[in-house]
Design a protein around this ligand. Structure first.
Ligand SMILES: Cc1cc2nc3c(=O)[nH]c(=O)nc-3n(C[C@H](O)[C@H](O)[C@H](O)COP(=O)(O)OP(=O)(O)OC[C@H]3O[C@@H](n4cnc5c(N)ncnc54)[C@H](O)[C@@H]3O)c2cc1C
Ligand code: FES
Length: 381
Protein backbone atom coordinates (compact mmCIF):
# COMPACT_ATOMS: atom_id res chain seq x y z
CA UNK A 1 0.00 0.00 0.00
CA UNK A 2 1.34 3.45 -0.86
CA UNK A 3 2.24 5.88 1.89
CA UNK A 4 1.40 9.51 2.56
CA UNK A 5 3.06 12.15 4.58
CA UNK A 6 1.09 15.33 4.80
CA UNK A 7 3.98 16.55 6.85
CA UNK A 8 4.41 19.27 9.38
CA UNK A 9 3.28 22.23 7.34
CA UNK A 10 3.87 25.46 9.15
CA UNK A 11 2.16 28.79 8.70
CA UNK A 12 5.50 30.32 7.81
CA UNK A 13 8.83 29.06 6.54
CA UNK A 14 10.54 27.31 9.41
CA UNK A 15 7.39 27.06 11.47
CA UNK A 16 7.06 23.71 13.17
CA UNK A 17 3.65 22.17 13.41
CA UNK A 18 3.17 19.28 15.71
CA UNK A 19 0.04 17.20 15.62
CA UNK A 20 0.45 17.21 19.39
CA UNK A 21 1.40 20.71 20.43
CA UNK A 22 -0.16 21.63 23.77
CA UNK A 23 -3.06 24.00 23.33
CA UNK A 24 -2.62 27.61 24.37
CA UNK A 25 -5.01 30.49 23.71
CA UNK A 26 -3.92 33.66 21.91
CA UNK A 27 -6.04 36.66 21.07
CA UNK A 28 -6.40 36.93 17.26
CA UNK A 29 -8.10 39.54 15.13
CA UNK A 30 -10.83 38.48 12.72
CA UNK A 31 -9.61 39.49 9.27
CA UNK A 32 -12.60 38.34 7.24
CA UNK A 33 -16.04 36.78 7.67
CA UNK A 34 -17.26 35.30 4.41
CA UNK A 35 -20.70 33.73 3.98
CA UNK A 36 -20.47 30.21 2.54
CA UNK A 37 -24.19 29.32 2.62
CA UNK A 38 -27.17 30.94 4.32
CA UNK A 39 -26.23 28.97 7.44
CA UNK A 40 -22.43 29.05 7.49
CA UNK A 41 -19.49 31.41 7.38
CA UNK A 42 -15.78 31.11 6.85
CA UNK A 43 -13.89 33.07 9.49
CA UNK A 44 -10.28 34.05 8.77
CA UNK A 45 -8.00 35.20 11.56
CA UNK A 46 -4.90 37.31 11.06
CA UNK A 47 -1.83 35.59 12.53
CA UNK A 48 0.88 38.09 13.46
CA UNK A 49 4.53 37.24 12.76
CA UNK A 50 5.32 36.42 16.37
CA UNK A 51 2.56 33.76 16.44
CA UNK A 52 3.39 32.04 13.12
CA UNK A 53 5.05 29.14 14.93
CA UNK A 54 2.24 28.78 17.45
CA UNK A 55 -0.30 28.58 14.60
CA UNK A 56 1.64 26.27 12.27
CA UNK A 57 -0.58 23.28 11.51
CA UNK A 58 -1.09 20.05 9.67
CA UNK A 59 -4.06 19.64 7.31
CA UNK A 60 -6.95 18.10 9.24
CA UNK A 61 -6.31 19.88 12.54
CA UNK A 62 -8.75 22.16 14.35
CA UNK A 63 -8.80 25.33 16.45
CA UNK A 64 -10.67 25.89 19.71
CA UNK A 65 -12.31 29.31 19.90
CA UNK A 66 -13.19 30.87 23.23
CA UNK A 67 -15.57 33.70 23.99
CA UNK A 68 -18.10 34.81 26.57
CA UNK A 69 -21.75 34.78 25.55
CA UNK A 70 -24.43 36.04 27.96
CA UNK A 71 -21.90 35.85 30.78
CA UNK A 72 -20.91 32.22 30.05
CA UNK A 73 -17.45 31.27 28.82
CA UNK A 74 -17.80 29.04 25.77
CA UNK A 75 -15.21 26.98 23.95
CA UNK A 76 -15.90 25.27 20.65
CA UNK A 77 -13.61 23.55 18.17
CA UNK A 78 -13.64 24.28 14.41
CA UNK A 79 -11.61 22.53 11.75
CA UNK A 80 -9.12 24.50 9.70
CA UNK A 81 -10.43 24.72 6.14
CA UNK A 82 -7.48 26.00 4.12
CA UNK A 83 -3.98 24.84 3.36
CA UNK A 84 -1.35 26.61 5.46
CA UNK A 85 -0.55 30.14 4.35
CA UNK A 86 1.53 32.67 6.26
CA UNK A 87 -0.39 35.32 8.16
CA UNK A 88 -3.84 33.75 8.10
CA UNK A 89 -5.79 30.79 9.42
CA UNK A 90 -9.41 30.00 8.53
CA UNK A 91 -12.25 27.92 9.93
CA UNK A 92 -15.81 27.39 8.78
CA UNK A 93 -18.70 27.58 11.23
CA UNK A 94 -22.10 26.16 10.39
CA UNK A 95 -25.04 27.46 12.40
CA UNK A 96 -26.44 24.65 14.52
CA UNK A 97 -30.19 25.17 15.05
CA UNK A 98 -30.41 26.46 18.63
CA UNK A 99 -26.62 26.26 18.98
CA UNK A 100 -25.22 29.04 21.13
CA UNK A 101 -21.70 29.55 19.79
CA UNK A 102 -22.36 28.83 16.11
CA UNK A 103 -25.43 31.12 16.05
CA UNK A 104 -23.43 33.87 17.74
CA UNK A 105 -20.49 33.47 15.33
CA UNK A 106 -22.76 33.54 12.26
CA UNK A 107 -24.71 36.56 13.48
CA UNK A 108 -22.17 38.63 15.36
CA UNK A 109 -18.55 38.03 14.31
CA UNK A 110 -17.16 40.91 12.25
CA UNK A 111 -13.76 41.83 10.82
CA UNK A 112 -11.76 43.69 13.46
CA UNK A 113 -13.24 41.68 16.37
CA UNK A 114 -10.74 39.88 18.58
CA UNK A 115 -11.32 36.42 19.96
CA UNK A 116 -9.25 33.83 21.85
CA UNK A 117 -8.01 31.10 19.54
CA UNK A 118 -6.12 28.02 20.72
CA UNK A 119 -3.09 26.80 18.82
CA UNK A 120 -4.06 24.00 16.37
CA UNK A 121 -4.83 20.56 17.79
CA UNK A 122 -5.91 17.18 16.56
CA UNK A 123 -4.78 14.00 14.89
CA UNK A 124 -7.23 13.80 11.99
CA UNK A 125 -4.14 13.89 9.85
CA UNK A 126 -2.39 11.30 7.80
CA UNK A 127 0.27 9.06 9.26
CA UNK A 128 1.40 7.66 5.91
CA UNK A 129 4.81 8.55 4.57
CA UNK A 130 4.52 9.34 0.87
CA UNK A 131 1.83 10.90 -1.20
CA UNK A 132 2.97 9.70 -4.64
CA UNK A 133 0.45 7.49 -6.33
CA UNK A 134 -1.90 7.29 -3.36
CA UNK A 135 -5.66 7.44 -3.50
CA UNK A 136 -7.25 9.18 -0.52
CA UNK A 137 -11.00 9.22 0.06
CA UNK A 138 -12.89 11.75 2.15
CA UNK A 139 -16.45 11.02 3.25
CA UNK A 140 -18.13 14.11 4.67
CA UNK A 141 -21.58 15.38 5.54
CA UNK A 142 -22.52 19.03 6.11
CA UNK A 143 -19.84 20.95 8.01
CA UNK A 144 -17.73 17.75 7.98
CA UNK A 145 -16.37 19.10 4.69
CA UNK A 146 -14.23 21.64 6.58
CA UNK A 147 -11.15 19.51 7.34
CA UNK A 148 -11.52 17.80 3.92
CA UNK A 149 -10.88 21.12 2.19
CA UNK A 150 -7.42 21.31 3.75
CA UNK A 151 -6.75 17.57 3.34
CA UNK A 152 -7.78 17.42 -0.32
CA UNK A 153 -5.65 20.42 -1.14
CA UNK A 154 -2.64 18.91 0.61
CA UNK A 155 -2.95 15.49 -0.99
CA UNK A 156 -3.40 16.92 -4.48
CA UNK A 157 -0.78 19.66 -4.30
CA UNK A 158 2.01 17.51 -2.89
CA UNK A 159 2.35 15.11 -5.78
CA UNK A 160 1.47 14.98 -9.45
CA UNK A 161 0.28 11.37 -9.07
CA UNK A 162 -1.96 11.45 -5.98
CA UNK A 163 -5.76 11.24 -6.28
CA UNK A 164 -8.54 12.34 -3.96
CA UNK A 165 -12.18 11.22 -4.06
CA UNK A 166 -14.75 13.11 -2.05
CA UNK A 167 -18.12 11.67 -1.15
CA UNK A 168 -20.05 14.65 0.20
CA UNK A 169 -23.57 14.45 1.57
CA UNK A 170 -25.91 17.40 2.09
CA UNK A 171 -29.61 18.07 2.12
CA UNK A 172 -29.66 20.26 -1.00
CA UNK A 173 -27.34 22.25 -3.27
CA UNK A 174 -28.01 25.39 -1.22
CA UNK A 175 -26.54 23.66 1.86
CA UNK A 176 -23.25 22.69 0.20
CA UNK A 177 -20.44 24.54 1.95
CA UNK A 178 -17.41 25.42 -0.22
CA UNK A 179 -19.32 24.62 -3.40
CA UNK A 180 -17.28 27.13 -5.44
CA UNK A 181 -13.96 26.17 -3.89
CA UNK A 182 -14.65 22.52 -4.67
CA UNK A 183 -15.44 23.43 -8.28
CA UNK A 184 -12.20 25.44 -8.45
CA UNK A 185 -10.24 22.52 -7.02
CA UNK A 186 -11.84 20.26 -9.62
CA UNK A 187 -10.83 22.70 -12.39
CA UNK A 188 -7.29 22.65 -11.07
CA UNK A 189 -7.07 18.86 -10.75
CA UNK A 190 -9.65 17.56 -13.25
CA UNK A 191 -8.16 14.08 -13.57
CA UNK A 192 -7.10 13.59 -9.95
CA UNK A 193 -10.06 14.91 -7.94
CA UNK A 194 -13.35 13.01 -8.06
CA UNK A 195 -16.35 14.79 -6.52
CA UNK A 196 -19.42 12.76 -5.63
CA UNK A 197 -22.23 14.91 -4.23
CA UNK A 198 -25.11 13.09 -2.56
CA UNK A 199 -28.21 15.19 -1.85
CA UNK A 200 -30.81 13.81 0.52
CA UNK A 201 -33.65 16.22 -0.33
CA UNK A 202 -32.96 17.08 -3.93
CA UNK A 203 -33.29 14.94 -7.03
CA UNK A 204 -30.04 14.38 -8.88
CA UNK A 205 -29.68 12.90 -12.36
CA UNK A 206 -28.24 9.68 -10.92
CA UNK A 207 -30.68 8.02 -8.47
CA UNK A 208 -27.70 6.64 -6.54
CA UNK A 209 -26.75 10.20 -5.57
CA UNK A 210 -30.22 11.20 -4.31
CA UNK A 211 -31.27 10.31 -0.79
CA UNK A 212 -29.68 9.62 2.56
CA UNK A 213 -26.48 7.61 2.74
CA UNK A 214 -27.71 4.40 4.35
CA UNK A 215 -26.02 1.01 4.27
CA UNK A 216 -27.51 0.01 0.94
CA UNK A 217 -26.55 3.26 -0.80
CA UNK A 218 -23.07 3.22 0.67
CA UNK A 219 -22.48 -0.37 -0.45
CA UNK A 220 -23.61 0.53 -3.97
CA UNK A 221 -21.35 3.61 -4.00
CA UNK A 222 -18.44 1.42 -2.94
CA UNK A 223 -19.29 -1.10 -5.64
CA UNK A 224 -19.84 1.43 -8.44
CA UNK A 225 -17.86 4.61 -7.69
CA UNK A 226 -15.15 4.18 -5.07
CA UNK A 227 -13.75 0.67 -4.95
CA UNK A 228 -12.20 0.10 -1.51
CA UNK A 229 -9.33 -1.94 -2.94
CA UNK A 230 -8.20 1.19 -4.85
CA UNK A 231 -8.00 3.31 -1.71
CA UNK A 232 -4.93 3.92 0.45
CA UNK A 233 -6.45 6.04 3.21
CA UNK A 234 -9.95 7.04 4.33
CA UNK A 235 -11.00 10.18 6.18
CA UNK A 236 -14.54 10.28 7.61
CA UNK A 237 -16.13 13.38 9.09
CA UNK A 238 -19.79 13.92 9.79
CA UNK A 239 -22.55 12.93 12.18
CA UNK A 240 -21.91 10.01 14.51
CA UNK A 241 -24.31 7.70 12.63
CA UNK A 242 -22.70 8.29 9.23
CA UNK A 243 -19.17 7.85 10.56
CA UNK A 244 -20.18 4.66 12.37
CA UNK A 245 -21.97 3.31 9.27
CA UNK A 246 -18.89 3.95 7.10
CA UNK A 247 -16.56 2.32 9.61
CA UNK A 248 -18.79 -0.74 9.86
CA UNK A 249 -19.26 -1.14 6.11
CA UNK A 250 -15.55 -0.60 5.38
CA UNK A 251 -14.62 -3.16 8.05
CA UNK A 252 -17.07 -5.64 6.52
CA UNK A 253 -15.39 -5.09 3.18
CA UNK A 254 -12.01 -5.94 4.65
CA UNK A 255 -10.55 -2.42 4.89
CA UNK A 256 -7.82 -2.24 7.52
CA UNK A 257 -9.08 0.10 10.31
CA UNK A 258 -5.55 1.52 10.57
CA UNK A 259 -6.25 3.28 7.26
CA UNK A 260 -9.63 4.67 8.32
CA UNK A 261 -9.40 7.96 10.20
CA UNK A 262 -12.42 9.74 11.53
CA UNK A 263 -13.35 12.94 13.29
CA UNK A 264 -16.57 13.51 15.19
CA UNK A 265 -17.93 16.99 15.79
CA UNK A 266 -20.36 15.77 18.44
CA UNK A 267 -20.98 12.49 20.18
CA UNK A 268 -24.43 12.07 18.68
CA UNK A 269 -26.20 12.66 21.96
CA UNK A 270 -28.82 15.44 21.76
CA UNK A 271 -26.79 17.76 23.98
CA UNK A 272 -23.19 17.14 24.87
CA UNK A 273 -22.88 16.97 28.61
CA UNK A 274 -19.67 18.98 28.62
CA UNK A 275 -18.35 16.76 31.41
CA UNK A 276 -18.03 18.06 34.94
CA UNK A 277 -15.62 20.84 33.99
CA UNK A 278 -16.26 23.86 36.17
CA UNK A 279 -18.17 21.94 38.85
CA UNK A 280 -17.23 23.50 42.20
CA UNK A 281 -15.63 20.93 44.51
CA UNK A 282 -14.28 21.56 48.00
CA UNK A 283 -12.21 19.30 50.21
CA UNK A 284 -13.54 18.99 53.77
CA UNK A 285 -11.19 18.20 56.68
CA UNK A 286 -10.75 14.46 57.27
CA UNK A 287 -12.45 13.50 54.02
CA UNK A 288 -11.07 10.62 51.89
CA UNK A 289 -9.16 12.13 49.00
CA UNK A 290 -7.14 11.14 46.00
CA UNK A 291 -4.16 13.21 44.92
CA UNK A 292 -3.30 14.44 41.46
CA UNK A 293 0.22 15.49 40.49
CA UNK A 294 0.49 17.00 37.03
CA UNK A 295 3.05 18.68 34.85
CA UNK A 296 2.04 21.45 32.47
CA UNK A 297 4.50 23.68 30.62
CA UNK A 298 7.31 22.20 32.71
CA UNK A 299 5.67 23.22 35.99
CA UNK A 300 4.45 20.65 38.50
CA UNK A 301 1.25 21.17 40.47
CA UNK A 302 -0.66 19.11 42.99
CA UNK A 303 -4.30 19.03 43.96
CA UNK A 304 -6.45 16.89 46.22
CA UNK A 305 -9.93 15.72 45.36
CA UNK A 306 -12.58 14.16 47.60
CA UNK A 307 -13.24 10.57 46.56
CA UNK A 308 -16.96 11.16 47.08
CA UNK A 309 -16.99 14.03 44.55
CA UNK A 310 -16.10 11.64 41.67
CA UNK A 311 -14.73 14.55 39.66
CA UNK A 312 -12.61 14.25 36.54
CA UNK A 313 -8.88 14.83 36.50
CA UNK A 314 -9.48 17.94 34.36
CA UNK A 315 -11.90 19.42 36.87
CA UNK A 316 -9.46 18.86 39.73
CA UNK A 317 -6.49 20.23 37.76
CA UNK A 318 -8.38 23.40 36.76
CA UNK A 319 -8.81 24.22 40.45
CA UNK A 320 -5.11 25.00 40.72
CA UNK A 321 -4.17 25.92 37.12
CA UNK A 322 -6.59 27.90 34.96
CA UNK A 323 -4.50 27.21 31.84
CA UNK A 324 -5.04 23.44 31.76
CA UNK A 325 -6.04 22.82 28.12
CA UNK A 326 -9.54 21.71 27.19
CA UNK A 327 -12.25 22.60 24.70
CA UNK A 328 -15.27 20.28 24.42
CA UNK A 329 -14.98 18.64 27.87
CA UNK A 330 -16.99 15.82 26.27
CA UNK A 331 -14.35 13.36 25.07
CA UNK A 332 -14.51 14.48 21.43
CA UNK A 333 -11.76 16.97 20.61
CA UNK A 334 -8.69 15.51 22.34
CA UNK A 335 -7.43 18.89 23.59
CA UNK A 336 -7.22 17.73 27.23
CA UNK A 337 -4.96 14.76 26.45
CA UNK A 338 -2.24 13.86 28.97
CA UNK A 339 -0.08 10.83 29.69
CA UNK A 340 -0.58 8.85 32.89
CA UNK A 341 2.87 8.55 34.41
CA UNK A 342 1.84 6.61 37.52
CA UNK A 343 -1.36 5.37 39.10
CA UNK A 344 -4.34 4.40 36.98
CA UNK A 345 -7.58 5.96 35.77
CA UNK A 346 -10.80 4.88 34.10
CA UNK A 347 -12.15 6.80 31.11
CA UNK A 348 -15.87 7.34 30.62
CA UNK A 349 -15.90 8.30 26.92
CA UNK A 350 -13.24 8.44 24.24
CA UNK A 351 -14.01 9.67 20.75
CA UNK A 352 -10.61 11.25 20.22
CA UNK A 353 -7.67 9.00 21.10
CA UNK A 354 -6.35 6.32 18.77
CA UNK A 355 -5.70 2.77 20.08
CA UNK A 356 -1.93 3.27 19.94
CA UNK A 357 -2.21 6.40 22.11
CA UNK A 358 -4.22 4.47 24.68
CA UNK A 359 -1.59 1.75 24.69
CA UNK A 360 1.09 4.36 25.36
CA UNK A 361 -0.80 5.59 28.42
CA UNK A 362 -2.55 8.69 27.06
CA UNK A 363 -5.96 9.61 28.43
CA UNK A 364 -8.55 12.34 27.98
CA UNK A 365 -8.41 14.08 31.31
CA UNK A 366 -11.94 15.48 30.94
CA UNK A 367 -13.21 11.88 30.93
CA UNK A 368 -10.75 10.29 33.38
CA UNK A 369 -11.37 9.36 36.99
CA UNK A 370 -8.70 7.99 39.30
CA UNK A 371 -8.66 4.35 40.30
CA UNK A 372 -5.69 4.76 42.61
CA UNK A 373 -5.06 7.02 45.60
CA UNK A 374 -2.43 8.96 43.68
CA UNK A 375 -2.34 9.73 39.98
CA UNK A 376 0.49 11.48 38.15
CA UNK A 377 -0.12 12.85 34.65
CA UNK A 378 1.99 14.82 32.22
CA UNK A 379 0.36 17.28 29.78
CA UNK A 380 3.69 18.10 28.13
CA UNK A 381 4.65 14.77 26.51
C1 LIG B 1 -12.74 18.43 16.67
C2 LIG B 1 -14.00 19.21 16.29
C3 LIG B 1 -14.03 19.92 15.10
C4 LIG B 1 -15.19 20.62 14.73
N1 LIG B 1 -15.18 21.30 13.54
C5 LIG B 1 -16.30 21.98 13.16
C6 LIG B 1 -16.32 22.71 11.93
O1 LIG B 1 -15.33 22.73 11.18
N2 LIG B 1 -17.44 23.39 11.60
C7 LIG B 1 -18.55 23.38 12.40
O2 LIG B 1 -19.55 24.05 12.07
N3 LIG B 1 -18.57 22.70 13.59
C8 LIG B 1 -17.46 22.02 13.99
N4 LIG B 1 -17.45 21.35 15.19
C9 LIG B 1 -18.64 21.43 16.07
C10 LIG B 1 -18.55 22.70 16.94
O3 LIG B 1 -17.46 22.59 17.84
C11 LIG B 1 -19.81 22.92 17.81
O4 LIG B 1 -20.09 21.75 18.50
C12 LIG B 1 -21.01 23.34 16.98
O5 LIG B 1 -20.73 24.54 16.28
C13 LIG B 1 -22.24 23.56 17.90
O6 LIG B 1 -21.91 24.49 18.88
P1 LIG B 1 -23.00 25.51 19.45
O7 LIG B 1 -22.44 26.21 20.61
O8 LIG B 1 -23.54 26.33 18.34
O9 LIG B 1 -24.15 24.52 19.90
P2 LIG B 1 -24.51 24.15 21.41
O10 LIG B 1 -25.12 25.31 22.09
O11 LIG B 1 -23.36 23.49 22.04
O12 LIG B 1 -25.65 23.10 21.13
C14 LIG B 1 -25.37 21.88 20.40
C15 LIG B 1 -26.70 21.31 19.94
O13 LIG B 1 -27.49 20.99 21.07
C16 LIG B 1 -28.75 21.63 20.97
N5 LIG B 1 -29.09 22.12 22.30
C17 LIG B 1 -28.43 23.03 23.03
N6 LIG B 1 -29.03 23.21 24.22
C18 LIG B 1 -30.10 22.38 24.23
C19 LIG B 1 -31.12 22.07 25.15
N7 LIG B 1 -31.17 22.68 26.35
N8 LIG B 1 -32.05 21.16 24.83
C20 LIG B 1 -32.01 20.52 23.63
N9 LIG B 1 -31.08 20.78 22.72
C21 LIG B 1 -30.14 21.68 23.00
C22 LIG B 1 -28.59 22.78 20.02
O14 LIG B 1 -29.82 23.03 19.37
C23 LIG B 1 -27.52 22.28 19.10
O15 LIG B 1 -28.11 21.57 18.03
C24 LIG B 1 -16.31 20.63 15.58
C25 LIG B 1 -16.27 19.93 16.79
C26 LIG B 1 -15.14 19.23 17.15
C27 LIG B 1 -15.10 18.49 18.46
S1 FES C 1 -11.64 18.61 26.26
FE1 FES C 1 -12.30 17.69 24.39
S2 FES C 1 -11.79 15.60 24.76
FE2 FES C 1 -11.40 16.50 26.67
Amino acid sequence: MAAINLGATGGAPGATASARRRGQFHSLEVAEVRPLTAESVEVTFAVPDELQDAFGYVAGQHLALRTTIDGHEMRRSYSICRPPSPGAISVAIKRDLGGRFSSWANAELRPGDRIDVMSPQGTFTSALERVDGVHVVGVAAGSGITPMMALAHEVLSRSATSTFSLLFSNRSTLDVMFIEELADLKDRYPARLALHHVLSREQRAAPLMSGRIDQDRLERILAELIRPESVDEWFLCGPFELVQLCRDVLAEQGVDPAHVRYELFTTGRPVDAGGDRGRPVQVAAGEDVWTLDFTLDGQSSQVESPVAARESILNAALRVRADVPFACAGGVCGTCRAKVVSGSVSMTENYALEPDELERGYVLTCQSHPKTEKVVVDYDV
